[in-house]
Design a protein around this ligand. Structure first.
Ligand SMILES: C[S@@+](CC[C@H](N)C(=O)[O-])C[C@H]1O[C@@H](n2cnc3c(N)ncnc32)[C@H](O)[C@@H]1O
Length: 211
């Protein structure tokens, strides 16, 4: 995309460490990408109104929706910076609404991760149903809102390892010994399950719209 359009990309990230990681990844590209990196909250962008032609976000809607409903402010801000007729493409994992939807084990892993975050008072993602997201986009004034969902990709050993490692780190911050033990047991079960039958990531959605 960088090469075809010669566009300047403004990369926004709220966490300084993640921005450093993004810079390192971009530097590995075989060509020089015109990227301006800014540390900012996407609900309050330090950008002029109507200065951006395309907004793209992958796997960040649920993170930006913390606390719940904050995505409304984020979407309003994205609309402010988009030029007239500008496009927006948002993609993220679908929430699990029913137990039997998608891979049951993926839903269970996600719930364990969220429960641990609750217990240690850590901020965490609040997934948005793509239908609700589309509805909010229309309310805010976006046009031509379209949505598609895709089944979840296979869970790779690397992703599983990261889940286990991150969960372990967080569980160690739980004060109650019995709770800590119970969660460690659950993580071990997830690891065993993965060894036996691998599994899927949650289904994903892509929503696109125009200002
Ligand atoms: C799941 S990560 C995905 C990152 C990247 N898009 C990817 O696919 O690897 C979500 C990112 O959103 C960032 N984030 C969360 N809330 C944000 C906000 N309000 N404004 C900007 N970035 C935010 C988090 O710091 C995190 O790095």
């Amino acid at each position: 995309m960088f090469q075809k359009t010669k566009a300047t990309v403004v990369a926004v990230e709220i966490a300084r460490n993640s921005l450093i990681l993004a810079k390192e990844n971009i530097a590995k590209l075989p060509y020089k990408a015109p990227v301006i990196f800014i540390t900012a909250d996407s609900a309050y962008l330090p950008l002029r109104a109507e200065s951006i032609d395309l907004v793209f976000s992958d796997r960040a809607v649920a993170d930006m929706n913390s606390p719940p409903c904050r995505i409304v402010k984020v979407l309003a801000e994205l609309k402010r910076v988009l030029s007239r007729g500008g496009k927006m493409v948002l993609s993220d994992e679908c929430p699990f609404v029913k137990r039997n939807e998608g891979d049951e084990m993926a839903s269970w892993r996600w719930k364990v991760a969220k429960a641990v975050s609750h217990l240690i008072g850590r901020e965490h993602a609040h997934e948005v149903d793509p239908n609700d997201l589309g509805f909010i986009m229309k309310l805010i004034g976006f046009k031509e809102v379209e949505s598609r969902t895709f089944s979840g990709e296979p869970l790779t050993p690397r992703r599983m390892q990261r889940f286990v490692q991150n969960s372990m780190d967080l569980i160690l911050r739980i004060d109650d010994f019995e709770l800590k033990k119970a969660f460690l047991h659950n993580i071990e079960k997830a690891r065993e399950n993965f060894k036996g039958r691998h599994g899927l990531l949650p289904p994903r959605y892509v929503l696109r719209a125009r200002k």
